[in-house]
Design a protein around this ligand. Sequence first.
Ligand code: HEC
Ligand code: HEC
Length: 391
Amino acid sequence: MTERRWSVDLTVKRNFATQGVVLLTLATCVVLGLLMSAAATAGPRPLAPLPKVKMPSKAKVEVGKLMFFEKRLSGDADRSCADCHIPEQGWAFPEPLSIGYPGTLHYRNAKTVLNARFAKYFYWDGRLDGGNDLPTQARDSMTDSHFMAADGRIMGQRMKQIPQYVKMFKKAYGKEPHFGVIIKALGDFEKTLVSRNVPLDKYLKGDKNALSAKAKQGLALFEGKAGCIQCHDGLMLSDGKPHATGVPVNPDIFEVKRYTTLRSQQMFLGTPNYYNLKQDPGFFATEKNSKFFGTFVTPSLREVSKTAPYMHNGVLPTLEAVVDFYNVGGIREATNKDPLIRPLGLSGSEKTALVEFLKSLAGDDLGYRTADYTADKMPPYELLKWVGKDN
Ligand code: HEC
Ligand code: HEC
């Protein structure tokens, strides 16, 4: 009975109803099977153009922009976001390792804030959730003693001493400036820092002439022989996962000021043995599992041609150096090194093609000039006007 019901003998009893059920069941099994095997062996996601996104109101962006360039938002009123994320330098910092709060130096390369709203995680070690929570990231940058060392309540009070800001915040958010709304404004400004007119995006949307022949060859290598897409996939050309690639240690992190920052920050993150680290532990600090020691979350490659030097510690000065690095299979035999990093056997012209492709990921300059936001051009404190008012 059972056997008859489930056997697919199409030549004998042509009971169409049963046959239909059998076929439907078979089809369902096949589809489910395919879905499950796809999930089990999910390959890289295809590259995708940036989506159209909603921008905050002009009033919010205007005040958020000024906050981004505002040095008075740091403890000693001498560091703004834009000091380390310089518009003319791809909104990153042009040295291998970042500066820090005055008197300190940092031990990592400053990442770009371009397209941050699309990032899955923030920082090289992915220690913060990404783009849909830009204000929390801004809070972290402002309060971190190695970046801006700001006290939120004091920053709110300072901004209230600047009548133009009081007006602008009222207009944009219906509130006087306070810490919560300041970080919101920073996030709203960052939402507008999105690549425009990117050759790769135009190509992916169907404009076959948007990439040069050389860049197209580079794209084919990126997705094929060079295997870059295995980790640099999807919208941001990043899988959002940690990998060790064999980047050499930058000996400058042991310079006393930078090493002090490293120890101090790793202590705050709860990293075991933070006092004796011989290298940047990377994502290990986030996950505390030794299989992640020395791994870093795959960075986005959008705008990458504007943000030299490269890697978490800036040891690779140019895109050519990065491609050479991958071509030899990573320079260092690091612990936890990803097996995908292996010698690639790329010829000279293939290497040039890859570089050409990487250059096609940069869009138009957004038109901001640091010189327009120097301290003397920012709205002034007008303390006297407030005397006698309850503020
Ligand atoms: C003194 C230098 C400095 C200042 C000031 C600074 N940053 Fe950064 N920023 C860095 C460095 C260095 C990193 C990378 C740190 C890491 O990965 O551990 C970074 C990372 C970031 C990231 C993460 C990007 C990503 O995709 O992972 C964002 C977003 C960011 N900063 C925004 C800001 C904002 C907003 C401000 C101002 C409120 C600011 N930064 C102030 C140096 C600085
Ligand atoms: C196993 C995953 C993996 C593969 C495969 C891979 N990358 Fe990376 N890529 C990373 C990680 C992780 C980093 C950051 C490493 C670090 O800072 O220590 C990185 C960094 C980079 C950077 C520097 C970005 C910046 O802002 O500093 C570039 C450029 C880059 N990769 C290009 C490529 C190219 C081109 C290929 C193919 C030849 C490739 N990657 C293959 C994971 C990978």
